[in-house]
Design a protein around this ligand. Structure first.
Ligand code: SAM
Length: 392
């Protein structure tokens, strides 16, 4: 173990981490602080954080990927996985309902930006610093104050289904996403803090967020998925509240499809294990479009599979579509990102990197005495306050 790493572990243990999550630095306490220092104790916990890979482990992973991508799926089949992508996911949700993914309970810990500023202040009163979000938080705060004034002026009262919601049952979809919309016309138009979760699936992030937002009626959550079965699961959940949430069917790869709200109004976009299921050739277009939905100062929060994650190494020959892109037995697909790729995707879309880190963990099956290296990439990207401010 080298000296820097030993000192770093020491810092984590003593919780003397000077800054949280600065771009390019080591992942720090929020990504966990259970460090494996004594290998003989590996089976004492299910997960160990901040694992460093040896050169040999990295090389073995590279070889495994080389082997499992030696044969690629034939083009005709690849076309079918692309054109029928939503069908495969729909079947997935028909089979698994909301039982497959666990609730993303880590979400608010890793992404406090999801909270409107008032809640964030409350939640963080026990924490010493959130250095990396302060600039954004300040901007958000002044925006919220301005919008609150605007809201009071334009609506006059808080009648209707909720403060944040709006009756949009008679909406003309052709009017949406094209040019300026009248503020009363879209769901969540009265909100002053708006979040969109893309590829929400059965709602494993939606419901932890909605539970947290229930005391901030001026915030609003949009969530979409191209699998209509997933959206139905969200809408029929006992915790779904149309007053504060709008779930809709939407394919983010289809550029021509309007969103049920105008561009430039979102404070936060959440992209959690979604981009990996989209064809690499289409990712940049998707990110570019999403970036337009953000307000200046708004944040895009990303978490997804990282290169050489155990899931990638376990693919058998015949599942590879292209480099680091695979199809599972059920027709759904998965890409495995590097930090550099994530940086390029979001910065090319005009966003500034606030965090971009590789989360390496060791997952342990104590019963079977099996160890698995897990790798995820997590990033936070902010829309500049002024278009010319993009530093990339
Ligand atoms: C791995 S699941 C993750 C679900 C959820 N984000 C979570 O973390 O539990 C990927 C989700 O992305 C959705 N998805 C994939 N491609 C999409 C697209 N082009 N437009 C909208 N949703 C998409 C799938 O239907 C699926 O629900």
């Amino acid at each position: 173990m080298n000296v820097i790493w030993r000192n770093y572990i020491c810092c984590l243990r003593l919780r003397k981490v000077p800054h949280r999550c600065h771009s390019g630095s080591h992942p720090v306490a929020p990504l966990g602080s259970r460090i494996l220092t004594d290998p003989s104790k590996v089976f004492e916990h299910n997960m160990w954080d901040h694992m460093q890979w040896s050169k040999e482990e990295e090389e073995a992973a590279r070889k495994k990927v080389e082997e499992n991508s030696a044969v690629q799926v034939i083009p005709e089949e690849q076309d079918k996985y692309e054109s029928e992508a939503s069908k495969y996911w729909d079947v997935f949700y028909k089979i698994h309902k909301n039982k497959f993914f666990k609730n993303r309970n880590w979400l608010l810990r890793e992404f406090p930006e999801i909270l409107p500023i008032d809640l964030k202040t409350k939640e963080n009163s026990r924490e010493s610093s959130w250095d990396h979000i302060k600039p954004n938080a300040t901007n958000c705060f002044s925006r919220i104050q301005e919008e609150k004034k605007h809201f009071k002026k334009s609506s006059g009262s808080s009648d209707g289904p909720s403060k944040a919601g709006s009756d949009f049952s008679n909406l003309d979809p052709k009017k949406l996403g094209k040019g300026p919309l009248k503020t009363e016309l879209f769901p969540g138009s009265r909100a002053n803090f708006r979040i969109l979760e893309v590829g929400c699936g059965a709602g494993n992030s939606v419901f932890p967020i909605l539970n947290t937002l229930q005391n901030t009626p001026e915030s609003f959550l949009y969530c979409c998925d191209f699998a209509s079965g997933a959206v139905e699961l969200v809408k029929s959940h006992s915790s779904y509240r149309a007053a504060q949430c709008s779930a809709f069917v939407h394919d983010v790869c289809n550029d021509g499809l309007p969103y049920p709200f105008p561009d430039g109004i979102l404070d936060v976009i959440l992209l959690v294990f979604v981009l990996s299921s989209i064809h690499p050739d289409r990712m940049q277009g998707v990110v570019n479009r999403l970036s337009k939905l953000l307000k200046p100062g708004g944040m895009l929060l990303f978490r997804d599979y990282g290169r050489y994650d155990n899931t990638q190494l376990r693919f058998k020959k015949g599942h590879c579509l292209s480099e680091n892109f695979y199809v599972r037995g059920d027709g759904t697909r998965a890409y495995f990102f590097t930090k550099g790729e994530v940086h390029r995707l979001f910065c090319k879309a005009g966003l500034d990197e606030k965090q971009n880190l590789v989360d390496r963990r060791l997952q342990v099956n104590r019963k079977k005495q099996v160890k698995m290296h897990r790798v995820w990439v997590q990033g936070k990207f902010q829309k500049p306050l002024h278009p010319s401010q993009n530093k990339n």
